[in-house]
Design a binder for this molecule. Structure first.
Ligand SMILES: CCC/C=C/C(=O)SCCNC(=O)CCNC(=O)[C@H](O)C(C)(C)COP(=O)([O-])OP(=O)([O-])OC[C@H]1O[C@@H](n2cnc3c(N)ncnc32)[C@H](O)[C@@H]1OP(=O)([O-])[O-]
Ligand SMILES: NC(=O)C1=CN([C@@H]2O[C@H](COP(=O)(O)OP(=O)(O)OC[C@H]3O[C@@H](n4cnc5c(N)ncnc54)[C@H](OP(=O)(O)O)[C@@H]3O)[C@@H](O)[C@H]2O)C=CC1
Length: 256
């Protein structure tokens, strides 16, 4: 696939671009000629990422917690001031922790819903209102998770990601006539910094639960995102693309 011209000078925002999957997405866009803004909560992480990414192209960072609407508006203002437009939004920031539903505290549940469902909505609405609806053009890709058979052991994130899956469909239709496309990518188990946060006993041998007998790479997810944001996918909207080595169709998802 020759993507080079597709993203030349496109302005791309990758939330959570300081590590793991988001870092790979940012790198792939830069390599293909885009100008990229990465965001996260941890400035040191973002600075280290910028050091590694800057040889690939024009990249800057902004601190932005996706749960904080004021910070999101400041991020939109920064992009407006710097570039005057936004072409692609990748809602990658998110995450959770493993816990049985019976053990979840109110705050634990709320934090994960806020992080993955509310944060994604706030970011999407703000970028649509600031850029996409006025431009009559925009491309949004939401990173969710493998929720195909529910998410036992992480019901909070399962519920939040299912919400984003459905939001993707609703907004694809609400905004279709305004030139805005919105799709989602559902990663299975990906060898990334995110996975390092999980207890060893949960992750050990986990590749055996994947039909293709290996974990996905962060680039596997990035390639799907670039495809959905590219003209190759111009007739695709409201879709969720699973990047999971077939795991949704077979065996365990993630058991405690
Ligand atoms: C197979 C793999 C598939 C998926 C992989 C990935 O997604 S990889 C991507 C992986 N990457 C990421 O996940 C990155 C992003 N993730 C995060 O930042 C956090 O997981 C977050 C979403 C909880 C937000 O954090 P925050 O700093 O804003 O929140 P906070 O610290 O203030 O806590 C709020 C509440 O949650 C509770 N709690 C927290 N941890 C645990 C735990 N282990 N256990 C139990 N509970 C826990 C905490 O106790 C508190 O409740 P309390 O005590 O007041 O009743
Ligand atoms: N790895 C995997 O197997 C899978 C991952 N996913 C999802 O893919 C995405 C990327 O995960 P991965 O790269 O593996 O993990 P990481 O933990 O490396 O990445 C998560 C990124 O999101 C940022 N982030 C998290 N919460 C917030 C917030 N409230 N505001 C702003 N930024 C935030 C983090 O930056 P900072 O700490 O600076 O805030 C971090 O850069 C996540 O949504 C994850 O849940 C889904 C399925 C499987």
């Amino acid at each position: 696939m020759i993507l080079q011209d597709s993203f030349q000078d496109q302005i791309v925002l990758v939330t959570g671009g300081g590590s793991g999957i988001g870092f790979s997405i940012a790198k792939q866009f830069l390599t293909n000629g885009a100008k990229v803004v990465i965001t996260g909560r941890n400035e040191e992480k973002l600075q280290k990422a910028i050091e590694k990414l800057q040889d690939a192209g024009e990249v800057t960072y902004q601190i932005c917690d996706i749960r904080e609407q004021e910070q999101i508006q400041q991020l939109a203002d920064y992009i407006k001031e710097k570039y005057g437009r936004l072409d692609i939004l990748v809602n990658n920031a998110g995450g959770q922790f493993p816990s049985l539903a019976k053990d979840l505290s109110f705050n634990g549940w709320t934090s994960v819903i806020n992080n993955n469902l509310n944060g994604t909505f706030y970011m999407t609405q703000t970028m649509a209102n600031t850029f996409f609806l006025e431009q009559k053009k925009g491309n949004i890709v939401n990173i969710i998770a493998n929720i195909f058979k529910g998410f036992p052991g992480m019901s909070h994130t399962g519920a939040a990601r299912a919400g984003v899956d459905n939001l993707t469909k609703s907004l694809a239709i609400e905004w279709a006539r305004q030139g805005i496309k919105i799709n989602a990518v559902a990663p299975g188990i990906i060898q990334s910094t995110g996975l390092e946060r999980y207890p060893k006993e949960l992750v050990e041998g986990i590749a055996k639960t994947v039909p293709v007998n290996e974990l996905g790479s962060t680039d596997d997810v990035a390639h799907a995102v670039l495809f959905l944001a590219s003209p190759y996918a111009k007739f695709i909207t409201g879709e969720t693309l699973y990047v999971d080595g077939g795991q949704r169709l077979w065996g365990d998802v993630f058991t405690l």
